[in-house]
Design a protein around this ligand. Sequence first.
Ligand SMILES: [Zn+2]
Ligand SMILES: [Zn+2]
Length: 258
Amino acid sequence: MKITFLGTGTSQGVPLIGMVYPGLDLKNPKNWRTRSSVHVEADGKHIQVDAGPEFRLQCLKNGIEWIDIFILTHGHTDHIAGMDDLRRFCDRMPSNIMPVYSNEYGIERIKAMFPYAVGARPTQPGYPCFRTALMPDELQVTPDFKIKSVSLPHGPVQTLGLIFEHSGKKIVYYTDCHEVVGKAADLARNADVLVLDFLRPRPHPSHLSTQSALEIVDRLKPARAYFTHMTGEIDQQTWQEKLPENCYLAYDGLVVKA
Ligand SMILES: [Zn+2]
Ligand SMILES: [Zn+2]
């Protein structure tokens, strides 16, 4: 199983326009972060999670040429805005229809932002077409590859947390959430790779701070943890040097295998 980080930034990306960061080395390309999104591959199936404003450019840069299933974690603009560019993937599919899974809030936002794309077939040749459905607790992709989901609290809304399981390996993707407890914590135990929201050092009502993410790693003990959805307060090299041994800052274009 393979996870590619297409983007690892927050809602406006990093750096912010017109912002000077004293501690951020912009000569390091790993500090240039587009909106958070991942692509997961197992058993020849391609799962795309979220599509921010840079989605098309992220696909070109990372060689993403096929998507079998699209999952929207939640309806915030930094995760949904690029969904129109799924049209190219719909066009390449024999059915021209992309299976799209999300929670209630996500589906509501898809219908509001892309009404022309929700229907039984593309409204025009080359248009996107989404077959929307609520993400089930467990989605069997192939006999040996399944995706579990759980609701995570993200300020006033809910995000889908995703657990990818293939051949006894587990990759957990929990971005845009402010805590990981109960069922979400149970499902994330014994992960080979645990990906967590790592917004900034100061607390935030909708996101995990660096300290809360590190506490979760300590509690859930994954083999490896990767951090994403980071602001410009997180300089790649400075933070990587002070992280525990099995913890890594993700960056745009990083590929991790499990
Ligand atoms: Zn976000
Ligand atoms: Zn969000």
